[in-house]
Design a binder for this molecule. Structure first.
Ligand code: CS2
Ligand code: MN
Length: 357
């Protein structure tokens, strides 16, 4: 397991590289160019700038999260070909700074979605929270209206000036079924994966978060069965998975340990975090510790250990603790605690295995 830490870039993150350097075992930054809109080719000078910043601290840039996929690709519009070309050029460019894994997702319109970014946990900390009924009882157009009226519904990346676009996107997706989305994903992969192969890069799709349809939009990267289907779309090691335990774990039917055992040679990147799922389908993000949530983190780390996982891992969202003000889910303290928990488990399994019976 090779430990990494997500960093949003100079001036775009409350966490500094000095701080990350002091977390034991972190060897690389999970990075992106967050100011380049989805679909555009990444400028080499900006990539090199991140490379220089990382070099100063001895961090590698092996994992990019994310190179976002333009909506026209997900919608299967004729204009997708130009965006796919741009994506290919970006793959070629990030390869030049040593990138080995590209995390991306194929969720229509929204990335992760929550109803509360600062839900009190009861001990003075706060964390991301999802209230199922609230999302399920609202139709997309009502949603746009509610967001316009300064709702507390939280849509990362949906600043007021982009809301008009949101309405037209919902219109565009009206006729897109799950099968259409599968076809559009396959088309994308058949174009992209050969380019990744040529550059020694593994593409690693991130599961949908939460792993079910929201606002009537199709979502397909949600379950073991669908991941199986996904891997067959292009049966190459360069077509892989970012196995996110928190995203998949929001559905208690998902057997994440089973997925690790089944897909282990196609998981170049592990996101490891816990969530507590309630009986009514709500879920709250928690510390990484197994007992604090409903995801068996100890069992997941054991599964990675037992399958000889040598890929990249990172702690995923953390709580906001000790009064830290940070990007929701991406503070320093709780993610650093998460890393030490993950290594505590891993090292204990390693010690145990080293002991003669
Ligand atoms: C999220 C996502 O769970 C997560 O890792 O923070 O934003 C994730 O980075 C993207 O879905 C990956 O494309
Ligand atoms: Mn994740």
């Amino acid at each position: 397991m090779r430990m990494t830490f997500r960093w949003f870039g100079e001036g775009n993150d409350t966490v500094t590289l000095d701080q990350i350097k002091q977390i034991p075992s972190v060897e690389g930054l999970v990075w992106s160019l967050h100011d380049v809109p989805a679909g555009e080719e990444w400028p080499m000078d900006k990539i090199e700038e991140v490379k220089r910043q990382a070099d100063r601290y001895g961090f590698h840039l092996d994992v990019v999260e994310s190179i976002n996929v333009h909506e026209d690709i997900k919608l299967g519009l004729p204009s997708r070909d130009q965006y796919i070309e741009n994506y290919k050029r970006t793959i070629e460019k990030v390869a030049q700074v040593g990138v080995k894994v590209i995390c991306y997702n194929f969720m229509p319109i929204f990335d992760w979605l929550r109803t509360d970014l600062h839900k009190a946990s009861g001990d003075g900390s706060t964390a991301l929270f999802y209230e199922k009924a609230r999302i399920h009882n609202i139709d997309p157009f009502e949603l746009v209206r509610v967001i316009n009226q300064n709702s507390t519904l939280t849509m990362p990346g949906w600043e007021p000036e982009r809301l008009a676009q949101l309405t037209s996107l919902f219109e565009a997706y009206r006729s897109v079924t799950e099968e259409d989305l599968w076809r559009n994903l396959e088309y994308f992969l058949k174009e992209i994966v050969p380019v990744a192969e040529q550059h020694g890069i593994q593409m690693a799709i991130h599961p949908d978060d939460p792993p079910w349809s929201i606002f009537g939009l199709p979502r397909i990267i949600t379950s073991q069965q669908n991941l199986r289907r996904f891997l067959k779309l292009v049966d190459s090691p360069a077509n892989g998975i970012t196995l996110c335990s928190g995203s998949l774990g929001a559905n208690p039917d998902n057997d994440i340990i089973g997925m690790i055992h089944e897909f282990h040679d196609r998981i170049p990147f592990a996101h490891i975090r816990n969530v507590r799922v309630f009986d009514n389908g709500d879920f709250m993000e928690t510390s990484h510790r197994t007992q604090d949530g409903t995801v068996d983190i100890a069992g997941i780390v054991k599964a990675y250990y037992d399958t000889g996982f040598t890929g990249y891992a990172r702690p995923d969202h953390g709580r906001h603790i000790w009064g830290e003000e940070c990007r929701p889910g991406y503070g320093l303290y709780d993610r650093a605690l998460g890393i030490m928990y993950l290594w505590g488990l891993w090292d204990a399994y390693a010690k145990q295995a080293a002991k003669p019976n």
